[in-house]
Design a protein around this ligand. Structure first.
Ligand SMILES: NC(=O)C1=CN([C@@H]2O[C@H](COP(=O)(O)OP(=O)(O)OC[C@H]3O[C@@H](n4cnc5c(N)ncnc54)[C@H](OP(=O)(O)O)[C@@H]3O)[C@@H](O)[C@H]2O)[C@@H](O)CC1
Ligand SMILES: Nc1ncnc2c1ncn2[C@@H]1O[C@H](COP(=O)(O)OP(=O)(O)O)[C@@H](O)[C@H]1O
Length: 283
């Protein structure tokens, strides 16, 4: 059973996501009880994005995070990370065992049949899963093949370009309606990124995050968001809740970070943002 720190997610009557309240983990918790997450790496020379994702997942409270990839890619990661574990990818993904509570794939993954195949394998494993960036674009020519296997514990996190590739028939002029339709069509939770981020569930729930800042428009910012969602999912939250909580935390990083914010620096701000959400903190 999971006994991690957890967040209380509040959405106002206007469907606006409010500051989550963070509850400290119970005294008898351990790292597996806090939730294990796996992040799939891109190939050598394309490892930065997945590393940001893994670092954010760990900082937001997953008890342990593993980067999975080819050996050359893991050598690059090893030059940068210490607390994050590294595992070589196996053909049948036996490494994704029952202790893994959430996985993320897409940042820096590459648009390829390999990425598509890995996504399909992960979907068959039934682990709560986040698909971002290249994991979405890899299905540009066959979205129905992806949607067939999605469910309400999968989160898709497209920016508008990725959204248009996966849902070419949905008009982005009205972003709320677009996200709602995409969740209905795909069967997954859809988090449509932008200055106002919209989260839609396939059952019709919808929430928007307005707590953000244009300083978030920086390379790798979305990769950090992916890690925040994945790390929150790993702690046992439902996909819709995890997406809403992560959006608010991500927005707050932008507000707190301000000018000069980079994705590397965003990871370092996560403890500060969490501390301000503590139920006994300054709130
Ligand atoms: N540190 C690292 O290693 C980093 C690695 N990264 C990795 O790089 C890979 C490529 O990801 P990507 O997002 O840069 O490009 P991609 O989606 O292939 O196409 C971009 C095109 O889409 C369009 N577009 C429309 N709306 C848009 C919007 N709101 N935001 C952005 N684009 C929008 C626009 O086209 P336009 O509309 O101008 O014709 C634009 O030219 C991916 O694996 C990612 O994880 C990055 O995360 C950065 C940090
Ligand atoms: N003008 C803005 N105001 C607030 N948030 C923004 C703005 N522009 C981008 N963002 C946020 O920054 C992140 C960018 O993610 P993404 O486009 O995937 O970039 P990357 O692929 O470089 O990580 C998203 O979470 C998005 O909501």
């Amino acid at each position: 059973m999971l006994c991690s720190m957890s967040f209380l997610c509040t959405i106002s009557d206007e469907r606006v996501i409010e500051r989550p309240v963070l509850l400290v983990p119970p005294a008898d918790t351990h790292k597996y009880a806090r939730g294990s997450a796996m992040v799939f790496s891109g190939p050598a020379l394309h490892t930065g994005a997945s590393r940001l994702t893994a670092q954010a997942a760990l900082a937001v409270g997953a008890g342990l995070v593993t980067l999975v990839g080819e050996r050359d890619a893991l050598h690059e990661h090893a030059a940068h990370v210490t607390a994050i574990m590294l595992r070589e990818e196996d053909a049948h993904l036996a490494i994704v065992d029952e202790r893994v509570r959430a996985a993320a794939i897409g940042p820096g993954a590459g648009v390829s049949s390999h990425t598509r195949d890995t996504v399909m394998h992960l979907l068959k494993k039934g682990v709560p899963l986040l698909l971002d960036a290249d994991a979405l674009t890899s299905f540009e020519n066959c979205p129905a093949k992806l949607f067939e296997h999605l469910h309400d514990q999968i989160v898709l996190t497209p920016h508008e370009g990725e959204f248009a590739r996966l849902f070419p028939a949905i008009d982005l002029a009205d972003r709320r309606t677009a996200a709602r339709l995409a969740a209905e069509v795909s069967g997954a939770v859809v988090l449509l990124k932008g200055p106002e981020t919209v989260v839609a569930a396939p059952d019709g729930r919808l929430a928007v995050n307005r707590h953000a800042s244009p300083w978030l428009a920086t390379a790798g910012s979305g990769d950090v968001l992916t890690g925040l969602v994945c790390g929150t999912l790993a702690q046992g939250h439902t996909a819709f809740e995890a997406a809403c909580i992560a959006c608010w935390l991500h927005g707050d990083i932008g507000v707190q970070g301000g000018p000069g914010l980079t994705a590397d620096h965003m990871v370092g701000l996560i403890p500060l943002v969490l501390a301000e959400c503590l139920s006994e903190g300054k709130g």
